[in-house]
Structures are given as C-alpha cells and as structure tokens.
Design a protein around this ligand. Structure first.
Ligand code: GLC
Length: 612
C-alpha cells in the first residue's frame, strides 16, 4: 500500500507550481503564508475519510470522469424539491428514473435570517441551513448518492459573505484583522471614484455598489445586495480561510463546488472590476489547492459574462487545464432563447463560432437552458452589428419584450427583472415551460408546439458538448409560480416565479410527454459516445437561418446535430450533411433512419436530429 504522506507529497509536487506561481504573482512571495497553506492542506488531507481518498485515486486514474456522455445533472432547491435533506433521500429513485448522475443542491449552507438572496448570503460556511437539516443529514444523502454513482454539487459563494457572518460581525466591532477581510472605506471619495466605472447588478433592488454603516462609520463594498459584503481577495488570509472551507466541504462528500459570482472577486480602480486577470490567478490557485488535498473535487465557475470573458473561466492560455472544470455556458442559453424568439439562428451561429474554442483541457461547459436566475441578454453591440438588420439595443429590447409576453409575435409568459433606467437594460424571469409557450398555449396544437420547443432545448443541451443541467420542474413543464409575491422575503424578487415547488402528484398528459421526452433524450445521450464532452464541438452554417447546426468530432466518427428554431418545416440538403462526413443518415436521437427524399433532409417544426 502506498503510504498516505508519500501520496500527499506526490500530489503536492504535481500541483506546486500551479498553486504557488499565481499566488506569488498576486501576493508576492510570503514564506509564512506559503508554509501556512501547505500545513493547512496537510491537515485537511489527514482528516479526509478513507472512502473519499479511494475516490481521489479513482478520479486520478480517470480525470475526465465528468466529461462522459453518461453524466447528466439535475439542480434543485432542497426545500422546494423535498422539504429537507431527509426528504431528498426519499426521492433518489425519481432522480435515477430520470437518468441523473450529478445532483446540484442549490445554496444549502447556513444563510442569514430573512431575505438571503435565495441562500447566496451565507453566514456560516460550516453548517447546513438548519431548515434543511444538519451536516450529518447532508453527509448521509451525499453518501447514499455516491453509492448510487451520483455526484454532489453545492454552492460556495466566494465573492461575498452575509453581513452576519462571524468575520463581518468582528469587523463591525472594529477588529482590524477582520475589517481587512472586506473592502471598507472611511470616506465616500474613493467609493465614488470606483463607481465611475462599475455597473449595477441589481439596479432596482440594490442600487450602488457600496453601503454606508453609521454604526461603525464605514463604507462597505456590496456589489449585490446590502447584506452581501464583498470579500477582499487581495488579503492572503481570505485565501487561506476559503481553502479551508472548500476542503472541509470536500471532506463531507462534496464532489463539485459551484463557485458563485467569481467574476467580481478582484477590484481595481478604473475598471468595471469584473473578469480581471487576478481572478484567474486565484481560481487556478484554488483548483491546485483542492487538487492536492481533495483531488476528487471539481470546480464549477459561475461567471455570467460576455462571450469573450466567459471562455476564460474554463482555462485558456497559461491557465489551460488549470482553472474551472466546468463553467456555465450562459451564451448558449441566451442564444437558444434569442433564436427561438427571432426564428433565426444567424446571431447564434456567428457568436458561438466567433468566441468559443471547440474544446478545453479537462474542462467543459455546464450546458443549460434555464436555471434559478433571470436571463440577462448578454449580446454585445459588435456581435449584433455583424448580422444585417440587427442592433444590440434593438435586439435586447425585442427579447426583453418578447419574454415578458409584451410583443405581438410572443408565445412567452414571463416577467421583467431589474430594469436599469440609465442603460435601458432589462432582464427576464420565467420558467422554461412558460417562456417556451406552454403557459399561453390554448389549443392542442399550441401545446404540442410548446412541448417541441422545450424538448428541442433539452436535446440541444444534451448534445452540444458539456455537462447538461436540468433545472428542477422543467422536466415536467412547471409554469410560473405567481404566488411568490405572497412570501414577504421573496416578493421584491420575481426570480422566484421560476423557482416553483416540485409537483409530486400525478402528472397531466402534457407533463407526462415532457417528462418522457426528456428522459428519452437523456437515455439516448448516454448511448451515443460522440457526445462525451471531450469531443470537440464545431459550429456550422447550414445555409438556412432557421437551422442551428454543429458537429461533434469523435473516435466513432462525426455526429451532425441539427435544430429547427421555427414552427415550419425546413430543408437541409443532404450534401451539407455529407460534406461533414455523414454517410449513414441514422438519427441517433430517435434511433431511426432518416428519409431524405430528393436529396433533402426535412426537419419538422422545432425538430432536432443527431445524425451519425
Ligand atoms: C449568482 C447567483 C445569484 C445571486 C448572485 C449573488 O449570480 O446565481 O442567484 O443573486 O450570485 O450571490
């Protein structure tokens, strides 16, 4: 048997440079800090349970485990899904029946009381939200899932803590050590300088990026809500604290940490304080730290930013293979909705071709169509301008109107989230089903069409190249929950309209169709090796703006995926498929041959095919 300490030293040597180089770049060389960091990694490694050390080895031998076509994720609020962690244990068979292998519990660490931004305002990273259970309850569920080959993801908010966190409480009392954990200013002058180049995240709910506290006479950096205090990552003590927290969670059985709001972690005057190079240094160092002391763990970055910046979170340039293992492909999501509304995929094809490489090293997208957040229309002026007749402001206005159900051609029902009076920017809320037309559908035909829109999106995220994430309730077409306004802590935030409670009573026939359709797509994904996330994805121009196309390059040969974003039949010449190496004309999604009368592939309204 390999001696445990020897194994640690080997892992340390493997990742030492990945860890220390970026840290030295941002903090300088501080021997005491580096010694404390190594001692911390040793201590947490020594505490790591034997079963998880086995998992570490397993994943060392198969580092691309999460890139497999077998991986399918499901995301839910523990209380909305099953009441609490004990309740989750009762519904594992449901997850299995759907084919889920990766479960993301929405924020489940102890939040501040009252409004906690859906749990993203955390006062204790070492306890589970008492309303959901105890750390033991969590560990029991995590272990049960592991035994059933499902991995567990939890949120870790890196950019801010709740103002009730113990560090913040000490800072309020004047403790200098803890004041240095946050960004605090004595006067307003400096904050006003920063404000000149900052943007507003919640312009309606929480205008401005700083809050003045008369009790201790300081301005505190609060990018999101007043109760969320931004951490000062320029302080190496913050780095040590967070590494400790990450390893503690990993040792409880967490497989993936969703690192929340990472784009905002570094501040520099004269910039918008998002996506700065130091953020990538920190994220690389965090990854190296956990790779040494909890190698089974992977990191998922949540950075909902413009395409050019988004791609950097999966590790590019000197960070290649060293940064996030997963990052949300918010651009794929945005363009699914944009193309659906426009009945035109030109902008989608252009943007996805222009900004994104076709593969990453030991990393892939988290693909999704809906999540717990609003949809921000991350479409830049330059990209929009590349498409004749499209402009950034005009298209963004169209989309916001369309998905609020305020446009003549709209099938959607949703809400406007955070209207920025200054920039005119508006985002949208709404469930997958409501935005895709199910809520407004009256006739059988309209219902069938809405179902097809939903399943086309599921087939897209299941094949694009990445780890697909289903958001709870979307697999049964839950529509908007307008009762959120009855809940005082939620009423001000209409994102709660798309966070309904799970429905466990019998499904309607429409819901059943969505569930069975979703399940079938998952089953087919798992049967098609081409779809493993480490096979490159190449966006193609099918020569028909109604059709979005890409190919997947695999050892099994190519796969050509086609999606019709309109409610009418569309043609794609067979020669197009043949020019991309397709010879058999077998649709791996329906697992049937496709007919191509007259050398033309006919794709039905909202049709989706995976040709091999
Ligand atoms: C992330 C979360 C969002 C939250 C924000 C602040 O963007 O997804 O729900 O409001 O971070 O924590």
């Amino acid at each position: 048997m390999m001696d445990d300490q020897k194994l640690f030293e080997m892992r340390w040597r493997r990742s030492e440079a990945d860890l220390l180089q970026p840290l030295r770049a941002i903090y300088g060389t501080i021997p005491a800090f580096e010694a404390a960091l190594k001692a911390l990694l040793v201590a947490r490694w020594n505490e790591r349970p034997a079963a998880l050390k086995d998992l570490d080895l397993d994943r060392d031998l198969n580092p691309d485990w999460f890139l497999s076509e077998n991986t399918v994720g499901y995301v839910f609020y523990v209380d909305r899904f099953a009441g609490n962690f004990k309740g989750v244990a009762q519904h594992i068979d449901y997850l299995q029946s759907l084919g889920v292998t990766y479960v993301h519990f929405m924020p489940c660490l102890k939040p501040r009381p009252g409004d906690s931004d859906g749990g993203y305002s955390v006062m204790d990273y070492r306890s589970i939200n008492p309303l959901l259970g105890t750390m033991e309850d969590f560990q029991v569920v995590a272990k049960t899932l592991r035994h059933k080959n499902m991995s567990v993801c939890v949120d870790l908010v890196l950019n801010h803590t709740a103002k009730e966190h113990a560090w913040a409480e000490k800072a309020k009392k004047g403790d200098k050590k803890y004041q240095a954990y946050y960004h605090m200013f004595d006067g307003q002058a400096e904050t006003l300088e920063f404000e000149k180049t900052l943007v507003e995240v919640f312009p309606n709910d929480a205008p401005g990026n700083f809050t003045f506290y008369p009790e201790f006479k300081k301005y505190v950096w609060t990018t999101f809500n007043e109760h969320q205090w931004d951490l000062n990552w320029a302080n190496p003590d913050v780095f040590l604290e967070i590494v400790d927290i990450m390893l503690n969670l990993a040792n409880k059985g967490v497989d993936c940490l969703r690192l929340d709001a990472v784009a905002f972690m570094w501040k520099q005057l004269g910039t918008n304080c998002q996506n700065l190079p130091e953020v990538h240094d920190i994220l690389q160092a965090l990854r190296a730290a956990t790779r040494i002391a909890a190698p089974a763990l992977i990191h998922k970055a949540e950075a909902i930013v413009a395409p050019r910046d988004l791609v950097t979170y999966l590790g590019v340039g000197k960070h290649r293979g060293r940064e996030g293992n997963l990052a949300y492909h918010n651009n794929l999501m945005v363009h699914y909705w944009s193309s659906l509304a426009a009945r035109d995929t030109s902008l989608m094809t252009y943007t996805l071709t222009k900004h994104f490489p076709d593969s990453f090293r030991n990393a892939c997208w988290a693909t999704y169509i809906r999540c717990h957040d609003d949809i921000g229309w991350a479409i830049t002026e330059e990209d929009a301008a590349a498409i004749p007749g499209v402009s950034g402001p005009g298209h963004r206005k169209f989309l916001a109107d369309f998905y609020a159900g305020q446009h003549a051609s709209s099938f959607a029902r949703g809400g406007i989230f955070q209207e920025n009076a200054e920039t005119g920017d508006r985002r949208n809320s709404g469930t997958y089903a409501s935005l895709a037309g199910l809520e407004a559908a009256k006739t059988d035909q309209e219902i069938a069409t809405a179902i097809d829109r939903i399943l086309m999106g599921v087939a897209l995220m299941a094949s694009f190249g990445g780890l697909p994430l289903l958001f709870m309730g979307d697999e049964i077409g839950l529509t908007n929950d307008y009762d959120f306004i009855k809940e005082p802590a939620h009423a001000h935030d209409n994102r709660w309209m798309h966070r309904p409670k799970m429905q466990w009573v019998k499904l309607s026939s429409t819901q059943d169709k969505i569930f069975e359709g979703t399940k079938n797509i998952i089953t087919r994904r798992k049967a098609v090796k081409h779809l493993a996330a480490n096979n490159p994805t190449r966006i193609l121009d099918a020569g028909n703006a109604a059709i979005f196309a890409f190919s997947r390059q695999s050892d099994e040969g190519p796969l050509l995926a086609l999606f019709n974003f309109t409610e009418v039949w569309q043609n794609v010449p067979l020669s197009f498929a043949m020019s991309h190496g397709i010879t058999q004309f077998h649709d791996a999604l329906s697992d049937a041959a496709v007919a191509a009368p007259g050398g033309v592939l006919q794709i039905p309204p909202y049709g989706r095919v995976w040709l091999v």
